[in-house]
Design a protein around this ligand. Structure first.
Ligand code: SAM
Length: 405
């Protein structure tokens, strides 16, 4: 028997209103949605088919998962219910490895990136629409500080760690500097962690053979940044939003109504059930070096947030979705998480908003991590849940069935 928790017709207000206090990333790049009925421009960039597309190193990056997600999407596209995927939305974008890979390989036509962290959102916004200036600034920072190593590089690392927009800075300038901060700290900090206590690569003494500049390959990064700019120029990256996930999921039907319900898919990669506090929580902590005010709703160490996301995905969302999580058994056992076998919208949301009762298909997949797997690299299981038509969701050595199904 399937146990479900009832779906409320109203959920708690998103935390996004509080993010408005942080001035570094405007809510969107664009003031209007991109036209989806216009063909996207030709994709002509060597990075599209390279090993890595993202300029960011991200704790929990899903580079290893992107090809499996691509298989899932391709298989769903072959079904009459789905047919095509015009837009992939990534509400927890981080390093956006899945989106950049899937749009580069032509599996999806367009992507929309969103993240609640203003540093991350500012980075993608500037990489998309001010690419060459960001590349020039990155090269300059590298030549003047990072490449010279030692105390010069550490002083600069400390400068960026402390940097906050000063009063009176224009939104455009603050956004640009936030993007530079994100890129520099991401490439020079242990595991790419942007906030909190993580130190510079090589430590304060810089005596390791891996020093602060070892992940800062200017030529390769410039190519990847140009790839992001190219995606934006060719209308394949439609926009970058600085929003809480719930606001992103609620706004997509407003901005891209013609794609609802089958031609838009969300790929959600939330902070892990375990360990997210260490990796991300500080990004929203007043004492963690960035946010001006605590945004406690975004503290993923609090399991309530995982339950709020699950409730929204089970009851409210108006388009197809794929979710990846660290394979924690409680995800499949807890009726407030994902023990249900199908979506259960309220009668009101079904009738008024046409929320579907799609089945939930669940699979275990293996991939390799760094930050999430604990010490060193090692295979880790990831749970994938999707509302794609069940007959399209593969079952094989890569997509192992979950016992409870
Ligand atoms: C697991 S990471 C995503 C990694 C990404 N899939 C990749 O391949 O690099 C989770 C991301 O969610 C973002 N995040 C945390 N809380 C959020 C919220 N409430 N709404 C939107 N994004 C959030 C974090 O800033 C982080 O970038």
């Amino acid at each position: 028997m399937t146990v479900t928790t009832p779906c409320a017709s109203a959920t708690a207000p998103p935390a996004e209103t509080r993010l408005a206090a942080v001035p570094t990333a405007p809510r969107h790049i664009r003031t209007r949605p991109r036209k989806i009925d216009e063909a996207a421009g030709p994709l002509d960039h060597p990075v599209a088919s390279g090993r890595y597309q993202s300029p960011l190193r991200y704790p929990g990056a899903k580079t290893g998962l992107a090809d499996l997600i691509g298989r899932l999407v391709n298989s769903a596209k072959a079904s009459p219910q789905v047919g095509r995927v015009d837009l992939l939305v990534e509400p927890f974008a981080g390093g956006a490895s899945a989106s950049l890979r899937l749009v580069g390989s032509g599996i999806v036509d367009r992507v929309l990136l969103a993240d609640a962290d203003p540093l991350v959102a500012a980075f993608w916004q500037v990489a998309a629409d001010d690419t060459e200036n960001l590349i020039d600034r990155m090269a300059d920072e590298h030549a003047r500080y990072i490449a010279r190593g030692g105390s010069i590089a550490l002083d600069r690392w400390d400068y960026w760690r402390q940097w906050k927009p000063s009063a009176g800075t224009s939104v455009t300038d603050a956004r640009f500097e936030a993007a530079v901060k994100c890129l520099i700290l991401n490439r020079t900090t242990f595991s790419g962690i942007l906030h909190g206590k993580a130190g510079p690569i090589g430590g304060r003494r810089q005596q390791s053979k891996y020093d602060i500049g070892c992940r800062f390959n200017v030529a390769a990064l410039a190519e990847r940044l140009r790839y992001v700019g190219h995606l934006y120029q060719t209308r394949r990256l439609v926009d970058v939003w600085c929003k809480d996930w719930q606001k992103t999921l609620a706004d997509v039907p407003e901005w891209y109504a013609q794609l609802i319900p089958d031609h838009v898919v969300a790929y959600l990669d939330p902070p892990y059930l375990a360990k997210s506090q260490k990796l991300y929580q500080r990004s929203f902590d007043a004492h963690g070096g960035y946010a001006a005010a605590p945004v406690s709703d975004l503290h993923w160490s609090n399991s309530l947030v995982h339950h709020r996301l699950a409730e929204y995905l089970r009851c409210k969302i108006r388009f197809r979705w794929i979710l990846s999580y660290d394979a924690d058994p409680s995800l499949l056992d807890d009726p407030g998480l994902y023990s249900a076998s199908r979506m259960t919208p309220s009668a009101e949301d079904k009738n008024l908003l046409d929320v579907k009762e799609w089945a939930l298909s669940k699979r275990l997949v293996s991939l390799r991590y760094t930050a999430s797997a604990g010490k060193g690299r090692g295979p880790a299981d990831e749970l994938l849940i999707t509302t794609f038509p069940p007959s399209t969701v593969p079952v094989d050595d890569f997509f192992r069935p979950v016992d409870s199904q």
